[in-house]
Design a binder for this molecule. Structure first.
Ligand code: GDP
Ligand code: MG
Length: 163
């Protein structure tokens, strides 16, 4: 079957927005129960005639930082074994957070190709706070906007080439 790409990151960084844009889906949210938003988490992506599957790992954990930490750690550990590449999403406007560092630490121990997406970089002016993210130790860093699609083409070119 097609290669599997995992989208990981803490709540509200834009994982679902990215997922929707990559899969061109506007119907991601299928259920919404008292604070627990259950998004559609699985989709197919086509880019330049190549295909991969994408999973939004945050789609079925509570959108609260407390509950999130344990849940996301488990999901990442499980997903890491299955996937072929990882899209690690952070919020370029908020900056680096402790959970980002923790996720980064887990991903760096993995040998799977990882891409750090500094999201919400809708225009170049939002790249100001980027330097902090280099501390995470990723070689592949992309300023992107899941909202308007900025730089996602460059990212997809590189992801496809590594699969
Ligand atoms: P998730 O919790 O990681 O799945 O994050 P969501 O995709 O639900 O997005 C959280 C919020 O950030 C929403 O209000 C989105 O509209 C907003 N958002 C997501 N991506 C971007 C982006 O690239 N730019 C801007 N300005 N906002 C974004
Ligand atoms: Mg989400």
């Amino acid at each position: 079957s097609n290669p599997l790409v995992l989208i990981v990151g803490r709540p509200n960084v834009g994982k679902s927005t990215l997922f929707n844009r990559l899969t061109k889906s506007s119907t991601a949210i299928v259920d919404d129960v008292s604070g627990v938003t259950r998004d559609r988490i699985y989709g197919e992506v086509e880019w330049n005639g190549k295909y991969f599957r994408v999973i939004d790992t945050g789609g079925y954990v509570p959108d609260s930082d407390d509950l999130f930490e344990t849940a996301i750690r488990e999901q990442i550990e499980i997903g890491l074994n299955e996937c072929d590449a990882i899209l690690f999403v952070v919020d370029g406007r908020i900056g680096l957070t402790p959970i980002d560092k923790e996720i980064g630490y887990i991903l760096r121990r993995s040998s799977k190709p990882s891409y750090l997406l500094v999201n919400k970089s809708d225009t170049p002016e939002f790249e100001i706070n980027k330097s902090d993210f280099y501390k995470l130790g990723f070689n592949n860093i992309y300023d992107v906007s899941a909202l308007n699609g900025r730089n996602l083409g460059n990212l997809l070119d590189d992801v496809i080439n590594s699969l």
